[in-house]
Design a binder for this molecule. Sequence first.
Ligand SMILES: [Zn+2]
Ligand SMILES: [Zn+2]
Length: 270
Amino acid sequence: MDAIILGMPGPWADSNNEAADIYTSKIGGLPDWPFPIGSGKQNLLECSACRSNLCLFAQIYAPISSKSLSIEERVICVFGCLVPDCESPIFSSSKVLPCFYIYTQEEKQSKKAVSGSSKNTLLSVQECDYVSEDQSNGETYEEENYEYDRALNADRTYLKFKKRVDAYPEQCFRYSYGGKPLLASVEIGDPGICKHCGGLRHYEMQLMPPLIFFLQEAANDDQKISLQKIDWMTLLVYTCSMSCADSSYQFKSDGEDWIVAEETVIVQCE
Ligand SMILES: [Zn+2]
Ligand SMILES: [Zn+2]
């Protein structure tokens, strides 16, 4: 069985704009491009629906070392549109989400996985109660009952998803190159084939709901509104199994060639 690497929350960045490098995995903040982003390719960073600038949700250092392929310098950036009503091109609030760093650990599938036991974790595990996010009134208890009933009735796929999240309730992402996704619902969209080489797309990683709740902890008021509207359970990232790339998105920096490839995300909602 393939190892599954979990992305767990480490310390907050000193500022949301704090610079790091491609070897750094983090949630929020600004992408650490290894080359100067020139004009002309900016459309990669625009929402295809509303043309607003996209926000970085996650940057994950993702080298490949398989029998057939070895790429040491590789990074996956997942962007999202935070425009509350993604038909309006006007959105004035900050485009940079709160930033925290990630450390990784392997998921142990023992029956007694101890959660939140790492000393590296600076964020509080209590903040990760993503099931009942509404603490503004006295309905929390009812909400929990509702969630519980619903969970009982939910299909096995969802229960398995919840169990694996509960075992490590701070997990912000899961990573398993070419492995199997943890599905929140049975219906999975078609990741299609790579539009450059026609090769198969395979599962590489997925973002998990706790990351939204950590972001909410440090979000400003506008961001909170946008983040509250996020209704996905998980975002599945599929990449070209050949790790090919379109050379028209090629960048040079310090004698190194970098290629930017647009991959595919499948959204699973509640
Ligand atoms: Zn948009
Ligand atoms: Zn390809």
